[in-house]
Design a protein around this ligand. Structure first.
Ligand SMILES: [Zn+2]
Length: 80
């Protein structure tokens, strides 16, 4: 995946940048998952969907009530 596509995918799946002790992380405000970017080698590919926890609203939504947040976001982008 190209760099710009990777950044877009990370944003689309709700990750926000965070910094702790000069180390860079990605953070999810729903499931509180933190991804330590320094653990990834350049050849590793981060999957922004699979890094969320199993219960995350961003990926799974609320069954029978609300679709996953990323699907709502994509639907809004398609409308514009
Ligand atoms: Zn999450």
């Amino acid at each position: 995946m190209e760099t710009q596509e990777s950044i877009l995918a990370i944003a689309l799946f709700g990750w926000l940048p965070e910094r702790i002790n000069e180390q860079h992380l990605l953070a999810c405000g729903f499931c509180q998952r933190r991804v330590a970017l320094w653990k990834f080698k350049p050849e590793d590919e981060l999957n922004p969907q699979r890094e969320h926890r199993w219960f995350c609203l961003w990926i799974y939504g609320i069954p029978k009530h609300s679709p996953p947040v990323y699907q709502q976001l994509m639907a809004n982008l398609k409308e514009k």
